[in-house]
Design a protein around this ligand. Structure first.
Ligand code: GLV
Ligand code: MN
Length: 222
């Protein structure tokens, strides 16, 4: 026999599930309230996106962007380059809840471990061979080597990377459910911040001596 208190809890549980279901389908960014809102980049950023440029000033050009047609400069410590089509470089994305990156890799290049606080990520390999991996909040590492046309998904906020494991250059395009996903790049966030994190935090966190921390910092010119 079911007691009235347990059936009450059951009802409450069902109501809770019903209340939560609509939120599961929400994108990372809020839904737009108009067809478009071309970002006025000269205005100060407001809570969610930029104020709109007046409709009378909008032209067709505002809806097109060729910034991802150009190969990024991979001459850096990671031998990789991320070129972003986000609300800052492509203001037409303002409030649309999406953006893209082009990621170029020289031989052996690494898109260093990073996370996107405001977005999930989906990607496709266009050229070469990439080892793609991410770590869950339970510290489980998922990874796979992908070739041309193969895709990956990185759940929102999880630390991930791509490494060029092919013989020549590699290229991937990635997409986000946010017009400005943000990126916390772990090596630079931890070892090249302004001002620097205290050495005692890093030596304790990584169980190493000061000289190791200083050596890592020096690689980033910090
Ligand atoms: C790849 O991880 C990217 O953020 O574009
Ligand atoms: Mn990423």
């Amino acid at each position: 026999m079911v007691s009235s208190s347990s059936s009450g809890y059951g009802l409450l549980f069902c109501l809770l599930i019903l209340l939560l279901v609509p939120f599961r389908s929400h994108s990372a960014d809020p839904d737009p309230l108009q067809d478009f809102c071309l970002a006025n980049l000269n205005a100060t950023s407001s809570v969610n996106g930029f104020p709109c440029k007046p409709v009378s000033a909008v032209t067709s050009e505002d809806f097109f962007f060729n910034g991802l047609s150009v190969e990024g400069n991979t001459s850096n410590v990671f031998d990789a380059a991320v070129t972003s089509a986000n609300v800052f470089s492509f203001p037409g994305l303002n409030t649309q809840g999406m953006s893209m990156n082009r990621v170029d890799f020289a031989t052996g290049g690494l898109n260093a471990p990073h996370s996107h606080p405001r977005s999930s990520e989906i990607g496709v390999v266009i050229k070469g061979k990439l080892l793609v991996g991410f770590v869950t909040t339970d510290n489980v590492f998922h990874s796979k080597v992908l070739t041309v046309g193969q895709m990956f998904v990185i759940p929102r906020g999880l630390v991930h990377f791509q490494r060029n494991v092919g013989k020549g250059k590699a290229l991937a395009f990635t997409a986000f459910n946010s017009h400005f996903p943000g990126a916390v790049v772990l090596p630079t966030a931890l070892f090249a911040s302004t001002p620097p994190l205290p050495n005692e935090v890093l030596t304790k966190a990584f169980q190493v001596e000061d000289q190791v921390v200083n050596s890592i910092r020096s690689k980033f010119g910090a």
